[in-house]
Design a binder for this molecule. Structure first.
Ligand SMILES: *[C@@H]1O[C@H](CO)[C@@H](O)[C@H](O)[C@H]1NC(C)=O
Ligand SMILES: *[C@@H]1O[C@H](CO)[C@@H](O)[C@H](O)[C@H]1NC(C)=O
Ligand SMILES: *[C@@H]1O[C@H](CO)[C@@H](O)[C@H](O)[C@H]1NC(C)=O
Ligand SMILES: *[C@@H]1O[C@H](CO)[C@@H](O)[C@H](O)[C@H]1NC(C)=O
Ligand SMILES: *[C@@H]1O[C@H](CO)[C@@H](O)[C@H](O)[C@H]1NC(C)=O
Length: 389
């Protein structure tokens, strides 16, 4: 057997690399925006999926059916002048969190079913609203209607646009689905008062500091484009106050801005996108970043000075996310990093959160990030590949 040429080896390596890369993303790899871009008759629908951030939510799901509306159906919906946030609820009722290809639609057991939607899944809907009734009708038609629509099936199946079996199905329906609940006026996230939200959920002290320092303005300005806030709980902040009072006004502000990242990240995203994060305090050379670690379902933020754990969700409404943490984040630009040998909480304020009982081994195997694990896999597979040739 002649030794394999360099080109053969190279192509094997590439193939393996692609194989591994495709395994490393647990989400459905399709991009709804790109798929719909090929169909100009859905351009308005596609535009609003992006504007409402629903496109990214669709791309993150593994099993999804999108009930697409063409430009004519969309203009009848837009003529009702919903706010963008209400429109988001209405459109999320058109996203089924199950897979329905054309075949499955025409073969529904007992001829009728109720299926859950993204409107229901995000917790915006109450009771059974947020479910869609799909019914096989006479003459091979398939009817669709919101569950809270007094039995009316507003729309019928028109055609299948794209089916990737059991991952994503995009089908056209004739009319928008009416639902009183989805159409109810919704407060825009920027109309939500971040201070109020945090104050009512155990982050009153932190909210007070944001207001007193003027840092709240920067947080509010970032909500529309996507914002994740990590708020230390009240006890944690009160223990930290002696140190905080010692800071100059600009340093106080930097420390507070360090608790926000200018992007929406839910728990699922934080678990899969571990690594360095820029913060609202980042300004060119003033990096003010921290690292997100994920170890056995516990997500922690490591500033090199302190490691804080995420202990709860205060608010999750894309584009705004507010999470509770059990320590004040101390940037290495302002505090001396702890020596790697000492424990993670050497310089940390005392904290009394129950979640802190499950102390983690900071230098354990969990320190091997996904990426490094991926590299190890690539090298291993390459070796196996070479042996097989
Ligand atoms: C469907 O999604 C799964 C899980 O994310 C993925 O492994 C699979 O390759 C996808 N199938 C297709 C045809 O894209
Ligand atoms: C999907 O495609 C759009 C348009 O090209 C792009 O802006 C967006 O970043 C893509 N999303 C993902 C998750 O790749
Ligand atoms: C769906 O709606 C039809 C028409 O109103 C009704 O007859 C049927 O019982 C509904 N199906 C379910 C599962 O609720
Ligand atoms: C939020 O509410 C507080 C009082 O509850 C008020 O002082 C503050 O100005 C409000 N912020 C915004 C952005 O409306
Ligand atoms: C505050 O600063 C003073 C002077 O630098 C220092 O002596 C003191 O220990 C500091 N207090 C705290 C709580 O850090």
């Amino acid at each position: 057997m002649s030794p394999p040429s360099t080109a053969t080896l190279f192509s094997y390596s590439l193939a393996l690399l692609f194989l591994l890369l495709s395994f490393s993303t647990p989400t459905n790899a399709s991009n709804i925006t790109l798929i719909l871009a090929k169909y100009p008759q859905f351009s308005t629908f596609n535009h609003y999926l992006t504007a409402t951030h629903l496109a990214s939510q669709i791309n993150r799901r593994q099993t999804i059916t999108v009930l697409a509306l063409d430009n004519t159906a969309m203009s009848s919906l837009l003529s009702r002048h919903f706010s963008l946030y209400t429109l988001k609820n209405v459109l999320s009722l058109h996203i089924l969190v199950d897979y329905f290809g054309a075949k499955k639609l025409h073969r529904i057991s007992k001829g009728s079913t109720l299926t859950s939607t993204m409107f229901q899944a995000t917790g915006s809907a109450s009771g059974t609203s947020g479910y869609v009734n799909i019914t096989n009708l006479k003459g091979g038609k398939v009817g669709f209607g919101a569950e809270d629509n007094e039995g009316k099936l507003d729309a019928t199946f028109v055609k299948s646009i794209k089916e990737i079996p059991y991952n994503i199905s995009i089908i056209q329906i004739s009319h928008p689905l009416d639902s009183t609940e989805a159409e109810a006026p919704t407060a825009a996230p920027s109309e939500l008062n971040l201070t109020d939200i945090m104050s009512k959920q155990g982050c009153k002290a932190f909210a007070g500091l944001l207001q007193a320092s003027g840092a709240d303005e920067t947080f509010n300005q970032n909500i529309d484009a996507g914002l994740t806030v990590f708020c230390p709980t009240d006890k944690v902040v009160s223990d930290f106050m002696p140190k905080y009072r010692n800071l100059t006004a600009p340093k106080k502000k930097s420390l507070l801005l360090y608790h926000g990242i200018p992007v929406y990240m839910n728990m699922q995203m934080l678990k899969t996108n571990t690594g360095t994060m820029n913060t609202l305090a980042t300004d060119g050379a003033n990096k003010f970043d921290f690292t997100v670690d994920n170890n056995q379902e516990v997500v922690s933020l490591d500033t090199t000075v302190v490691t804080a754990k995420i202990t709860g969700i205060v608010k999750d409404e894309e584009p705004l996310m507010v999470l509770k943490i059990n320590k004040v984040l101390l940037p290495k630009e302002m505090y001396k990093p702890v020596e790697p040998a000492s424990g993670p909480s050497a310089d940390a304020p005392a904290d009394s959160t129950p979640a802190d009982d499950q102390t983690l081994d900071h230098d354990g195997v969990g320190g091997l990030g996904d990426r490094r694990m991926g590299m190890v896999m690539v090298v291993l597979s390459l070796c196996i590949g070479m042996l097989l040739i």
